[in-house]
Design a protein around this ligand. Structure first.
Ligand code: GDP
Length: 303
C-alpha cells in the first residue's frame, strides 16, 4: 500500500506509547528510536530529528496522563509534518498560465531532473492537463545529448497531438529553447514545455548548460522532477538543482510504487519549494494535485 511503511511507523509509535505507563527515560528512548524508523522511511535525518524534537517538547516532563499520550503524540506528529509543508508557498500553475495568456504571452515551463526520474513522462502528463484545460501548447526537446531523447518526447507528443520544436542531437539546448519560445510568440501558443538533459546532478557542465537555457528564455516556472523511489538520492538531487537553478516547484513521480513515503516530506523540508503534483502511474492521466492535508490524513487514518 502507498506510503505503508511510514504509516506503520506512526501507528506502532502511537500504540507503544499508549499501551503502558512509561517512565520519562523509556519515553525518551522510544522517541530516539523513532528517528531510526523515520530514516528507514526515507525521511532525511534533519527532518526526522526536527519531528522528534518537537514531539519530545510536547510530551517529556509535561506530566501527560498516559490516556492522553496517544492523542497528543498523534496531533504533534501531524502538526510537525504539516509545518514542513506549510513553509513552502503553494502555487497554482494553471492560474499562472492563465494570467500570461490574458496578456497574450506564452507561459514557459522548464523541466529539470536526472534521467530516469520520469521527467519526459511527467512533461507529457502536464501537457495533457493543460490541453484538457483548453490551452494551446508546444513541447521543446531540450535534451540534445541522450540518444533517443528526442524520439521519446516526439512519441509522447504525437500521442497527445502536440507540436514539437527540435534540432539535431548535439545542438545547443538554449538555441532550441529560444526557437520554441519564438515559435510560441509568433503563433500565439499559450504554453511552452521545455524538456532538459539530465545526467548526474554533480555534472557542472550540465548545470551550466541548464543555466544558459534559463538565461536565454527566462522561463516563468522551473519544475524539478524527483523520483520518490530514489529516497535520499532524490533529496540530494533536489538540493543541487535548487542551488543552481532556484526552481519554483516540484513534481514527485512514481508515488504509486513508493511504500516508504518520506521523500515528499524531506524534499519540501530541504528546498522549501512546494510539491505541485505527484505522479501516480505510467498513464498520461496519472498526475494528481498534491495535498499535504490529504497525505497527513492518509498517514494517520486507521488501517
Ligand atoms: P526520464 O528519463 O526522466 O525522461 O524518464 P521517463 O519519462 O522515460 O520515465 C522513466 C520510467 O518511469 C518510464 O518507464 C515511465 O513510464 C516511468 N514513470 C514515470 N512516472 C511514473 C509514475 O508516476 N509512476 C510509475 N509507476 N512509473 C512512472
Amino acid at each position: 500500500m502507498l506510503f505503508e511503511k511510514l504509516r506503520n511507523t506512526f501507528t506502532s509509535l502511537v500504540s507503544t506509547l499508549s499501551t503502558k505507563e512509561l517512565s520519562e527515560r523509556e519515553l525518551e528512548s522510544i522517541l530516539n528510536n523513532m528517528i531510526l524508523s523515520l530514516l528507514e522511511c526515507d525521511v532525511a535525518y534533519e527532518v526526522a530529528e526536527a519531528i522528534v524534537k518537537n514531539l519530545k517538547d510536547k510530551v517529556i516532563g509535561k506530566k501527560v496522563p498516559s490516556s492522553d499520550i496517544k492523542k497528543i503524540v498523534q496531533e504533534a506528529l501531524k502538526q510537525s509534518i504539516l509545518e514542513v509543508f506549510n513553509e513552502a508557498q503553494k502555487v497554482n500553475i494553471i492560474e499562472r498560465a492563465e494570467s500570461k495568456k490574458i496578456k497574450g504571452e506564452p507561459f514557459v515551463i522548464l523541466f529539470l531532473g536526472i534521467n530516469g526520474t520520469g521527467k519526459t513522462t511527467t512533461l507529457a502528463k502536464v501537457a495533457k492537463l493543460f490541453k484538457k484545460m483548453g490551452f494551446s501548447l508546444i513541447a521543446v526537446c531540450g535534451d540534445t545529448h541522450r540518444a533517443g531523447a528526442i524520439e521519446q518526447l516526439k512519441h509522447h507528443a504525437s500521442k497527445l497531438g502536440i507540436k514539437v520544436i527540435e534540432q539535431k542531437y548535439g545542438a545547443d539546448p538554449a538555441a532550441v529553447a529560444r526557437d520554441g519560445v519564438t515559435y510560441a510568440k509568433a503563433h500565439k501558443i499559450d504554453v511552452v514545455l521545455i524538456d532538459s538533459a539530465g545526467r548526474i546532478q554533480t555534472d557542472k557542465n550540465l548545470m551550466e548548460e541548464i543555466l544558459k537555457v534559463v538565461r536565454v528564455v527566462n522561463p516563468d516556472f522551473k519544475i524539478f522532477v524527483g523520483d520518490s523511489l530514489a529516497g535520499n538520492d532524490a533529496v540530494s538531487q533536489s538540493k543541487e538543482f535548487l542551488r543552481y537553478t532556484n526552481f519554483d516547484g516540484v513534481i514527485l513521480t512514481k508515488t504509486d510504487a513508493d511504500t516508504k513515503g518520506g521523500s515528499a516530506i524531506s524534499i519540501t523540508y530541504v528546498t522549501k519549494k512546494p510539491i505541485i503534483f505527484i505522479g501516480n502511474g505510467q498513464g498520461y492521466d496519472d498526475l494528481e494535485e498534491f495535498s499535504p492535508e490529504k497525505l497527513v490524513q492518509s498517514l494517520f487514518s486507521p488501517h
